[in-house]
Design a binder for this molecule. Structure first.
Ligand SMILES: [Zn+2]
Length: 335
């Protein structure tokens, strides 16, 4: 490959889904500056240094601040629409978008209103030909069992077709082992027909991934990269066909691995574990989905066959409705 822009056009045309991406991490610098101005809040740093994070804790602190700036229904609708635009720009045909209510203090007592506003924004985007989006409502590892019950009860009462899954995220290094606390809620979510995805194997090691599988019944692991530290767990993931939703730029940027060369995505993939590529928090991490794929091509020499198989995984393991999966897989076969 020689012409960079031609390569990017091909990667854009590659039919794929993005399945590990947080709405919290999708505000652009200009969006944040505008939201802060509308809220009458000063920026914590100059705009050009807004996204200079030293570690995961600082990064999560910034998330809380920037999401706290979103206070009106039109702002939420616009955010959903802009999210779908970003997908289209990157040639993604569908996304499972994660949203964690704990980051949105203005919506603490009116979460259904927020979800309905997101739904309207996504619907408007679809009507304009932009890709469809499913919502994964996420618990924070630091929350209590009662708070988890409260979120799931709300999901069940709301019965919004937009909400496809229960998720869990947050810093497991500071929260400690929390799988047992949330096991019941995840079991109930499954019984109520919700899909399950869990962050693990990033700020936790292999034991966090085991808990996500055994205690939370996770159908996918967001990150999961630290499975590479445990050969028997790698075998288990391969044998179960349990997919890892991997976000290389996030792991390198937040210091989990010193470089892309040392990122374990390729070792996990070659072991036979289903892997997909996503951006995690694209704006805050200053990356794009096409950029992530391009980086894998550069770093690991992924050829068309590998690209097709990773893209196929992203579609197959997504929580998209069957007809969307069929359509994307047919387009993928023709790529
Ligand atoms: Zn994530």
């Amino acid at each position: 490959m020689s012409d960079g822009s031609a390569d990017r056009q091909r990667l854009r045309a590659l039919p794929k889904a993005e399945i590990h991406v947080h709405l919290e991490g999708c505000f652009s610098r200009p969006q944040i500056v505008a939201l802060a101005a509308a809220a009458g809040e000063p920026l914590s740093r100059p705009p050009e240094a807004l996204f200079d994070f030293k570690n995961l804790a600082e990064f999560l602190g910034f998330l809380d601040w920037s999401c706290g700036l979103v206070r009106t229904i039109p702002q939420v609708e616009l955010m959903a629409y802009a999210f779908a635009e970003r997908l289209a720009e990157n040639g993604a045909g569908y996304a499972d978008a994660i949203i964690n209510p704990t980051h949105w203090p203005s919506w603490r007592y009116r979460l259904p209103e927020m979800i309905e506003a997101l739904d309207r924004g996504f619907r408007a985007a679809e009507q304009d030909g932009l890709p469809p989006v499913g919502l994964c409502l996420s618990l924070l590892r630091q929350q209590s069992a009662d708070e988890a019950v409260e979120l799931l009860d709300m999901m069940i009462a709301l019965r919004s077709p937009r909400v496809v899954a229960l998720s869990i995220d947050g810093n497991e290094a500071s929260a400690g082992r929390t799988g047992p606390r949330f096991a019941d809620t995840f079991r109930r979510a499954a019984a109520a027909g919700f899909r399950r995805t869990a962050h693990a194997g990033e700020s936790s090691g292999p034991e966090g991934i085991r808990d996500a599988i055994r205690l939370l019944g996770a159908e996918r692991i967001d990150h999961g990269v630290r499975a590479v530290e445990d050969a028997s767990l790698m075998d288990e993931l391969r044998d179960l066909g349990l997919p890892l939703d991997i976000t290389p730029a996030s792991n390198v940027r937040l210091g989990l691995y010193p470089s892309y060369e040392e990122h374990p995505v390729e070792r996990l993939r070659r072991h036979g574990i289903p892997v997909s590529i996503s951006t995690d928090d694209p704006e805050l991490l200053e990356t794009t989905l096409i950029g992530e794929y391009a980086r894998m091509v550069e770093t690991f020499g992924w050829d068309d066959e590998v690209l097709r198989s990773v893209a196929r995984t992203s579609i197959e393991v997504s929580f998209a409705p069957p007809e969307i999966k069929r359509d994307l897989l047919a387009k993928l076969a023709a790529w």
